[in-house]
Design a binder for this molecule. Structure first.
Ligand code: MCN
Length: 840
């Protein structure tokens, strides 16, 4: 069953209808304008000269040969652009004393990571610019680079010597100090006496957002304004930061995000390339274009995740959790990017997840290294947290020898306990973990698969079955603004919408959100058609242009529907309110006698009525309006929610692990998500599918790796294992519905849910398959090599497992470098495992 199958194609209203996305026609057929398709008269092309070194002084740059190359117009260095290039800003300093290195778009005298830009060539064609970039001769003095965050924390080798430290910020949330729970140290100490303490260390490997459309920017400085087209998620934030850091008046900058081919957080950034293109266009007074190659994208677009998690969970012997301590090291890379240290901090409110933990502490030390900067990647902080807690709940279940769902159920918030304020201080409005789990178990065939697993274990089947569980929640739609302010977050959490009623009865919706694959044009049309009773086809949605949608906070953090969609609802309600006195006047009735239904004001008890379309024309003509009523029905609204939205769900995954080769094959994946009211089930299903693939990819395939010199060795798709449709299986998706109380739609976000939930489900499944062989963990990505090594290492520490596996393995190949270890696992004792793969 899928979400779309159990919903009528024609829902009663527009909300809930599985509409095909109206934007897809142009997106899929390519009849649209991507930034790289834009060609302006006299346009010049930029190629970047990037450092091959991770850390170096720039002693000199010889540009003469490049300048003399055919059709080269200019070669510019950081010194040339010094006064005009602006700066890459960190918009979320997580502490007042955060150490934040200056981040110039183009380095002037020192570079701090490979791929950093030291010069650019401007030529009449992109090919000529690239060729000439090869001729720029940079004399580097290589400096020692620090690449591993556990080394960096020692401050022996410095990523930025003048800062005297690699430690950027330390941030903590403690339930005892916050008054939201007890003392976690006490809880752990007590459990060491007579309960259970589980200690684990997990690695969130570095990932690279790999959107379909590489980043591209065109800048035209020749008009009254400087216009920038760019493949971004954040045109409004970008315009603000361009203005704030270059001194150009905001009113003189127009940023347009045309159709954007994916972002996944990777385009939630003000990039050096955008600033450089802006500065070069201004300097040469000519339109310019820069489009990155895929290799440039992988090395210099921001990366995601990259954390070490040290987790300590205490419980009573019956499995009731008494405390949870989270200590993170987060590698920020060379600079503190726009969200920077805020990404791991987002996990602070989510590590406790759906559980009623009485005591909790979260802290994170953010660290600077000589690698590409790290920032938001689908889920941003919440996948990491979900992974940590869901892996720990499995470890607790293993310790107790009970089913992983049993220990979760013992600890989760029951459906009649909402609203519930968690130990991290968040108030969850609604949810039903029991219902989602029951539905998921049924769709999965949980008991049958467990029985099959048992059979395979008993028969020593070389292909073992693993079942992974992830009962997750997340918070999306960052809000309200005043709380974000208290957290020093640089922006608000509101969103804006305008509805323009055109004289013909057609409707234009202007939204501050900036979709890049999420289908807002369709969903917002459905909302407006539903609220105003106008045909879906009559609604046009305008977005992503600061001149048209002058107010907005863009698209990230699964905020668009719950904040921006609700702003659309509020604007629609205002349109109805504006139309009401005009309708009453024209119908010669009292406002109190009117009712609005299906796009028509009717007079109760009569057949008299007037449609929205007729009112739009009447208010435009303004020939017969009531006294004091202004012409037009247009309305603006902004919405600043009182709280986040808290989607949740139960994801179940079955994998088959070939214990002879280490290969993992997905067998079945079922997810039941609860995202409250669904606007468009087809879009939601697409969002869930895409999200799942990204989360599964972290578990099984993807990982950025650097060599000892700080060169990204996964710098192309040959080495960076991005999955394709062929790598995945058909997912079974379904839902339960616990409406949100924080917006009138009752909706919760979905854009990141699949990614957040799926990674631990898959790793839990892999470990579950191998646990009888003594395996307690496999470092991500769980490649065949790592799984194979883990089996061998597991066998080495678990004689029973060794006996079980005897038939299949050669004892002589046991390898301890497997990202796994197991120790005493008897109840009442501490257990610990550290997992580290070969990644730095
Ligand atoms: N929706 C719905 N009913 C709900 C929830 C959502 O019909 N209860 C619909 C919305 O109307 C919207 C879509 O689902 O059309 C996603 O909504 P939402 O959860 O509000 O997420 P955003 O629109 O804010 O999108 C951001 C989110 C994030 S943070 C990442 S990362 C991500 C994602 O969306 N990147 C994407 N999905 C992506 N999809 C594509 N194709 N490309 C990306 O780069």
């Amino acid at each position: 069953m899928t979400i779309t199958e159990d919903r009528p194609a024609e829902a009663a209203g527009e909300i809930g209808k599985a509409r095909r996305r109206k934007e897809d026609q142009r997106l899929i057929t390519g009849r649209t304008r991507w930034t790289d398709n834009i060609t302006l008269p006299g346009m010049l092309h930029i190629a970047m000269v990037r450092s091959p070194f991770a850390h170096a002084n720039v002693k000199s740059i010889d540009v003469e040969e490049a300048k003399a190359a055919r059709n080269v117009v200019a070669v510019l260095t950081g010194k040339d652009l010094a006064d005009t290039q602006g700066a890459n800003a960190n918009a979320w300093p997580i502490t007042p004393d955060q150490v934040t290195p200056d981040h110039l778009p183009m380095a002037v005298d020192r570079i701090a990571c490979a791929g950093e830009i030291v010069a650019c060539v401007v030529a009449r064609s992109a090919a000529e610019a690239r060729d000439a970039a090869e001729l720029v001769d940079v004399d580097y003095e290589e400096l020692p680079a620090v690449l591993d965050m556990k080394e960096a924390i020692k401050d022996e080798v410095l990523a930025h010597p003048h800062l005297k430290t690699n430690k950027s910020a330390f941030w903590q949330l403690d339930s005892k100090e916050a008054g939201t729970g007890g003392d976690v140290d006490e809880a752990i100490a007590k459990a060491r006496e007579g309960g259970i303490v589980i200690e684990r260390e997990y690695r969130q490997q570095r990932l690279i957002p790999a959107f379909m459309e590489p980043r591209s920017v065109v800048v035209d400085p020749t008009g009254e304004q400087i216009t920038m087209w760019t493949a971004t998620q954040i045109p409004h934030i970008l315009r603000f930061l361009l203005a704030a850091t270059t001194g150009v008046a905001e009113s003189k900058i127009r940023v347009i995000a045309p159709d954007v081919g994916g972002g996944f957080g990777g385009k939630l950034q003000t990039t050096p390339e955008e600033f450089i293109a802006f500065a070069v266009a201004r300097r040469l007074a000519k339109p310019v274009k820069y489009t990155e190659t895929r290799s440039e994208s992988l090395v210099s677009g921001h990366h995601g995740r990259d954390q070490w998690q040290k987790l300590t969970l205490s419980a009573e012997k019956d499995g009731t959790v008494t405390g949870f301590k989270v200590e993170l090291l987060a590698d920020l890379g060379a600079y503190v990017a726009i969200m920077g240290g805020g990404v791991p901090v987002l996990g602070a409110w989510m590590f406790n997840s759906i559980y009623k933990f009485p005591a909790y502490r979260f802290n994170v030390q953010t660290i600077l290294t000589n690698k590409t900067w790290v920032d938001a990647y689908r889920g941003a902080g919440r996948p990491e947290a979900t992974f940590g807690i869901e892996r720990m709940m499995d470890e607790l279940a293993a310790e107790l020898g009970v089913d992983p769902l049993e220990v979760r159920e013992k600890n989760w918030i029951k459906h009649d306990e909402f609203p519930f304020t968690t130990v991290a201080g968040m108030t969850y409005d609604s949810g039903n973990y029991e219902a989602a789990t029951a539905k998921a178990k049924e769709l999965f065939g949980y008991d049958e698969l467990r029985a099959e697993q048992q059979r395979r274990r008993e028969s020593n089947d070389p292909v073992q079955l693993g079942i992974g569980v992830s009962t997750f929640t997340e918070m999306c739609g960052l809000a309200p603004s005043r709380i974000l302010g208290q957290l020093s977050y640089g922006a608000g959490g509101w969103e804006a919408a305008s509805i323009r009623m055109l004289p013909t009865g057609k409707v234009e919706v202007v939204t501050g959100t900036s979709p890049h694959g999420q289908g807002h044009e369709t969903a917002w049309s459905q909302i407006v058609a539903d609220k105003l009773g106008v045909p879906f086809e009559d609604v046009e949605v305008l977005h992503g242009d600061t001149q048209i949608a002058h107010k907005g906070l863009d698209t990230y953090g699964s905020r668009s529907l719950v904040v921006g969609g609700e702003a659309v609802v509020r604007a629609a309600n205002k349109v109805i309110e504006r139309a009401k006195p005009i309708a009453a006047h024209l119908l010669e009735a009292s406002v109190d006698d009117l009712e609005f239904k299906e796009g028509r004001f009717g007079v109760r008890g009569t057949d008299k009525g007037i449609s929205m379309g007729e009112l739009a024309l009447a208010s435009f003509a303004a020939h017969n309006l009531p006294d004091g009523v202004e012409p037009g029905l247009d309305a603006d609204a902004t919405f600043d929610p009182d709280n986040f939205s808290f989607p949740h769900g139960t994801h179940l995954c079955a994998v088959e692990v070939d214990t002879e080769t280490g290969a993992t094959t997905m067998r079945k994946y079922v997810c039941v998500d609860d995202i409250g009211t669904i606007i468009n089930p087809l879009i939601v299903e697409g969002q869930v599918h895409g999200g799942l693939v990204q989360g599964i990819a972290q578990a099984l395939w993807e990982g950025a790796e650097y060599d000892e010199q700080g060169t990204l060795v996964t710098g192309s798709f040959v080495d960076y294992t991005l999955p394709t449709a062929a790598d995945t299986i058909s997912f079974v998706t379904d839902h339960t519905t616990s409406p949100s109380t924080y917006n009138s739609l009752g909706a919760k976000g979905v854009g990141e849910a699949g990614t957040i939930a799926s990674t631990p489900a898959v790793v839990n499944a892999v470990v579950d398959a191998l646990r009888p062989l003594g395996v307690e963990d496999v470092a991500m990505p769980c490649t065949p090599e790592r799984v194979w090594k883990a089996i061998n290492a597991g066998r080495a520490v678990n004689p029973e497992g060794e006996r079980d596996a005897q038939a299949h393995f050669d004892q002589g190949t046991a390898n301890q470098d497997a990202g796994t270890s197991g120790t005493d696992a008897s109840p009442g004792s501490s257990t610990s495992s550290a997992s580290e793969g070969s990644q730095s």
